[in-house]
Design a protein around this ligand. Structure first.
Ligand SMILES: Nc1nc2c(ncn2[C@@H]2O[C@H](COP(=O)(O)OP(=O)(O)OP(=O)(O)O)[C@@H](O)[C@H]2O)c(=O)[nH]1
Ligand SMILES: [Mg+2]
Length: 421
């Protein structure tokens, strides 16, 4: 049996199945019936117990279903045995379903390679020689060695295609790395939106940046990180990145493949965790995201929590603010009040407070300095204003005296102008 390691997974069965139905609908399937079973130990052959399997066969016939989706990962063997028992219906698991959605959503070249890579890695242990379409992966006639079984050939083709995809991805990454390094040198603050799928990250990105990013009620509408520049009300500029949504039981193949998102998150000075506070599973979704971030080594980042969709709880912004704050206290008691902002990305409520909170948090990550910049280096004053925050500015004979804060990564560029307070 191959590894069934997932990341996240704190959501109760009923809600998990509900989410699976939503995923199925997103993938274009119509859900005709659902079935659950509480099992201490899944069976090696069919995952579910004998009686349940009979029930499933009857249900499948009665509803004339042609697809059965399991919420947990199935071993290749279980999948095969289930398909045999279900006579003709296709059997897939949550991972395959998510991979399928990702495949239909991937838009950029990079996104497509990532999904294809994840699919290949998922397929590899499941190959049982029935792969006639593998020719398109670069092998085909003539690749089969003497005495080699079809299965071995298939595996070899998939492995080759995996390593090809990996090296292609490496090129894209190198390019991204370059862009990121350039941003870092410029000293721009980087802020990333994270959160459960469908929480409203892209809508919030639109509200903040009028960026025109796709936002829709389907799960996983965003696959590729998108970045936009935003000006802060108190001066200064930041780069905001929208990222792929998280989900419980996230297929680990995908976590590894979506490194572009992860790299953006790693680089960020601040993460805005978007939570749909109107959803009954808000707490579990919040924890799932924290768990995934923790596993990715991002647990120590500076956070703001944006409690979104406040317009769904009250009709007026004022009422939504106070009611939203109460809800937040009960669903996310562990989040300090100063790290919390109630928003409605759809209505644009709370954007001012969110930007203010971002400014404060970013300032917390900056270093206090006093500099005197000669008049012939006016460019440096501009740099200070753009990426730092100015508390006091005076014009002296020798130059402009500025007291304020600048991002740590810009310190070296100002060091020659430092003066005592
Ligand atoms: N009522 C209401 N709906 C919202 C709000 N923000 C987002 N939505 C809706 O929630 C759904 C998901 O929004 P997206 O912005 O696509 O969510 P996302 O977090 O980017 O989702 P993925 O990219 O799939 O991870 C869409 O139907 C939005 O219109 C809000 O403040 N209020
Ligand atoms: Mg999105």
């Amino acid at each position: 049996m191959e590894s069934t390691r997932h990341i996240g997974g704190t959501i109760p069965i009923k809600e998990s199945i509900e989410e699976l139905s939503q995923l199925a609908a997103t993938a274009g399937a119509e859900v005709l019936a659902t079935l659950t079973q509480r099992l201490e130990h899944p069976s090696h052959s069919h995952y579910i117990g004998k009686g349940k399997l009979e029930e499933l066969v009857i249900l499948k016939d009665a509803t004339e279903s042609n697809l059965v989706i399991f919420d947990d990962e199935l071993s290749p063997n279980q999948q095969r045995e289930l398909e045999r028992a279900l006579g003709g219906a296709k059997v897939i698991d949550r991972t395959a379903l998510i991979l399928d959605i990702f495949a239909s959503r991937a838009q950029t070249h990079e996104g497509r390679i990532q999904v294809e890579l994840a699919q290949m890695e998922y397929l590899l242990p499941r190959l049982a020689g029935q792969w006639s379409h593998l020719e398109r992966l670069g092998g085909g006639i003539g690749t089969r060695g003497p005495g080699e079984s079809q299965l071995e050939t298939d595996r070899r083709l998939v492995r080759r295609s995996i390593s090809h995809l990996k090296s292609e991805l490496e090129d894209v990454r190198r390019h991204r790395g370059l862009i990121r390094r350039r941003r870092r040198v410029r000293g721009v603050h980087q802020v990333a939106l994270v959160g459960y799928t469908n929480a409203g990250k892209s809508t919030l990105m639109n509200a903040l940046a009028q960026a025109g990013v796709t936002a829709e009620s389907k799960l996983f509408s965003t696959l590729d990180p998108t970045t936009r520049a935003i000006s802060l009300p108190r001066g200064g500029e930041l780069l905001l990145t929208d990222t792929v949504g998280f989900i419980q039981k996230l297929p680990h193949q995908l976590v590894a493949a979506f490194r572009a998102t992860l790299e953006e998150l790693k680089e960020a000075d601040l993460l805005i965790h978007v939570v749909d506070i109107t959803y009954s599973m808000a707490t579990a979704q919040y924890q799932t995201v924290l768990q995934v971030l923790g596993e990715l080594g991002l647990g120590e980042k500076t956070f703001i929590v944006a409690g979104n969709k406040a317009d769904k709880i009250e009709a007026s912004e004022k009422a939504a603010q106070s009611h939203g704050a109460l809800i937040m206290k009960s669903v996310l008691p562990s989040v300090p009040e100063e790290d919390l902002v109630i928003v409605s990305a759809a209505k644009g409520w709370g954007m001012g407070r969110l930007l203010e909170c971002i400014s404060v948090k970013l300032e917390g990550t900056m270093s206090a300095v006093t500099v005197q910049i000669p008049y012939d280096a006016g460019r440096m004053v501009e740099l200070f204003r753009r990426y730092g925050s100015i508390e006091q500015q005076k014009y002296r004979a020798a130059g402009t005296l500025i007291k304020g804060k600048i991002p740590e990564r810009l310190l070296h560029r100002f060091s020659q102008y430092f003066v005592a307070n």
